[in-house]
Design a binder for this molecule. Structure first.
Ligand code: URA
Length: 424
């Protein structure tokens, strides 16, 4: 077989066989396929697409290109979740502890933030002492002891995805639904859980801007996971507005802890609860999720995970955000809050140093925003809109951009359901 012919077939809109896809992915990892050949094939796929079957072959080949996590000792009780990336989305810190409180086994491998979206690892590492660099032996030992772990992916998991993602990033081939589905699902398959819930974000602050493409991606990922023998379902959730009032690394963990402490009247809990219910998939699951919060069991599970990963015993009992400066931002208008723009808010946090433009960038873990208002809230002139937390005094100038992220209306726009669609 020659990679030239594989590229030629895809350029001529032919469906590739399993053998051709396996040949390509093997060559990507052992170096026998050159980067420029993979780049050409990626572009042909981005333009001509892939059938569901080809997407499944690509996903499986990438999942098997390196190490895989073996959770077979825990049978069907293993769960995992994935979010396609949003703003103020700290649902992992609620879903994982709740599922562990309900007797599930949660071994989650997460990523870092890039661009405007936050990353679970950055958020966890914003907590004093916490590490996400956990070697294989410690990873399995923590699962056995606490039943939950959130760690970084080691370099040996899905190496083909790492190489291809880096190429896609510089060849305008990130935005291809089969390539995104294969990239995400290969990592989920390699992570070993039997039950997987996907949260595909849709809107201004997400990679998918319209419901049609979000649904297409969600359905393809669900179908791909099922072909691989996993129980997979998906939610499509709104990302026009931040999911939580807290945006920024340590602040988002604080927001999740607020929910685990029982402050559940917020969109963050609504989505987190729907993700848990999707994973549990039985009559009465909603009540069990509420009880895991009310009883404090989920909070204690989260504490046990943080302690196992390096935090002190009292980690949940004091504020986590330790930014050097803060400023309260007040409204110049009165009326109803029509919207909080997720993208504008995320750009402020990025400008404050809370995110990365390039993978190598370091971040300021304690900067960010805590909004005091959401869509549908009534606000008077001089009412508190948000508090901005920052480390560099000169960044105070970004306060005006926070105001710009909030739109007002004379009429009550009502609340918006953050759950746009459930795909079973
Ligand atoms: N996230 C991934 O892991 N892969 C993609 O291709 C896009 C988003």
């Amino acid at each position: 077989m020659r990679i030239y012919d594989v590229i030629d077939d895809k350029r001529n809109k032919k469906a590739l066989s399993k053998e051709q896809i396996d040949f390509w992915i093997k060559g990507v990892v052992d170096g026998s396929v050159a980067d420029y050949q993979s780049a050409a094939l990626l572009m042909a796929i981005a333009i001509n697409g892939m059938t569901d079957e080809e997407t499944f072959y690509l996903t499986s080949a990438m999942a098997e290109s390196g190490d895989t996590v073996d959770l077979s000792a825990y049978g069907d009780r293993t769960v995992d979740k994935h979010s396609s990336g949003g703003v103020g989305d700290s649902t992992s810190f609620i879903v994982i502890p709740v599922m562990a409180a309900l007797g599930r086994v949660c071994a989650k491998m997460s990523g870092r933030g890039l661009g405007h979206t936050g990353g679970t690892l950055d958020k966890l590492e914003a907590i004093d002492g916490v590490t996400t660099a956990i070697d294989e032996k410690a990873f399995y030992a923590q699962i056995e002891k606490t039943r939950l772990v959130i760690a970084g992916q080691t370099k040996d998991v899905c190496p083909a995805d790492k190489i291809l993602y880096a190429l896609r990033d510089v060849t305008a081939t990130v935005e291809s639904i089969p390539l995104i589905a294969a990239s995400i699902m290969s990592k989920k398959l390699a992570a070993g859980a039997k039950n997987i819930i996907l949260d595909v974000k849709c809107g201004k602050g997400a990679f998918m801007h319209d419901l049609k493409s979000a649904e297409k991606l969600a359905r393809l990922m669900v179908e791909t996971g099922r072909r691989a023998g996993r129980n997979v379902s998906a939610l499509i959730t709104d990302m026009d507005e931040p999911l939580s009032d807290y945006i920024g690394n340590s602040l988002e963990v604080e927001g999740a802890i607020e929910v685990l402490k029982g402050n559940t009247d917020c969109p963050l809990y609504k989505v987190a609860k729907a993700l848990c219910v999707g994973l549990l998939d039985y009559e009465g699951a909603e009540k069990d999720v509420d009880n895991a919060i009310k009883s404090g069991t989920a909070l204690e599970k989260f504490r046990s995970m943080l302690i196992a990963q390096g935090a002190k015993e009292d980690v949940l009992d004091k504020p986590l955000c330790r930014a050097k400066c803060k400023i309260e931002i007040f409204s110049e208008k009165r009326g109803y809050v029509k919207s909080v723009d997720a993208m504008k808010a995320a750009r402020v946090v990025l400008a404050l140093g809370g995110g990365r433009n390039k993978k190598e960038d370091s971040i300021l873990p304690h900067v960010g925003l805590k909004f005091n208002v959401r869509r549908g809230d009534r606000i008077e002139e001089d009412g508190l809109i948000a508090t901005m937390y920052f480390d560099r005094y000169e960044d105070v100038v970004y306060a005006k951009d926070v105001l710009d992220a909030v739109a007002f209306s004379d009429k009550d726009p009502g609340r918006k359901d953050p759950i746009l669609k459930i795909i079973k």
